[in-house]
Ligand binder design. Structure first.
Ligand SMILES: [Zn+2]
Length: 223
């Protein structure tokens, strides 16, 4: 008779999550902003962080900046780079969804139309409004989910360094996803993607000056 524990049958929430190949082997993360204390700060150049200081040292060699301890386990470097060339493995390297985070994790995770999690809600209508305007307003007020975009890549300048994940919640990046996704699917294999910190400046009809940066993704071609 096969002996096997049944403790997760009675408490499915306690079951360890399966390995996530998208992030398990990454050596570092890339972002267009950071937390300073409890305050999110936007940046105008790419920031890399890693739990391996050798990785941030190498990034600084390539893209400038001074590696520093960010917290106990993380080293980070705010580089001088506004452009980073990435190599992705294929169309699955680009993922996007909408997430509203609560104090202990996602409380609304959807594709804009249907829930993606928790598993029991997957595929059921999530109740987000259909118009982009309303989505943005809800997200801004903290009552609706924000974009959660991730690109898994290696550096074109040093692919041997390992995989990084760029993460952004910018609606401007969202606008570029359909074109990027289509091109990645056409290539359907390793591709070169140019990451650029785009600077947007304009004045609203009400006369308010708007200025921000966002990471733009341009698929250059097969790699
Ligand atoms: Zn939703």
């Amino acid at each position: 008779m096969l002996l096997s524990l049944r403790i997760y049958e009675t408490d499915p929430d306690a079951k360890p999550r399966p390995r996530n190949p998208f992030v398990d082997d990454v050596v570092g993360r890339v972002s267009a902003g950071m937390m300073q204390g409890r305050r999110p700060v936007a940046l105008s150049t790419f920031r890399f962080c890693s739990d391996d200081p050798a990785v941030t040292d190498r990034v600084a060699e390539l893209y400038g900046g001074t590696p520093e301890d960010y917290d106990e386990n993380t080293s980070h470097v705010i580089t001088d780079a506004v452009t980073v060339d990435a190599i992705v493995d294929g169309p699955d390297a680009l993922r996007s969804s909408l997430i509203l985070f609560g104090p202990s994790g996602p409380i609304h995770h959807c594709d804009g139309v249907e829930f993606l999690e928790p598993p029991e809600d997957r595929g059921t209508p999530c109740g987000c409004p259909p118009s982009l305007r309303e989505r943005k307003d809800l997200a801004r007020s903290g009552r609706g989910p924000k974009p959660h975009i991730e690109l898994r890549f290696r550096l074109h300048d040093d692919p041997e360094l390992g995989y990084f994940v760029l993460r952004t919640s910018s609606w401007s990046t969202v606008a570029e996803l359909p074109a990027a996704q289509d091109t990645l699917e056409e290539i359907n294999g390793p591709a070169k993607v140019r990451l650029v910190m785009e600077h947007v400046e304009y004045t609203t009809k009400a006369g308010r000056a708007v200025s921000y940066h966002y990471p733009a993704l341009t698929v250059i071609g097969a790699a």
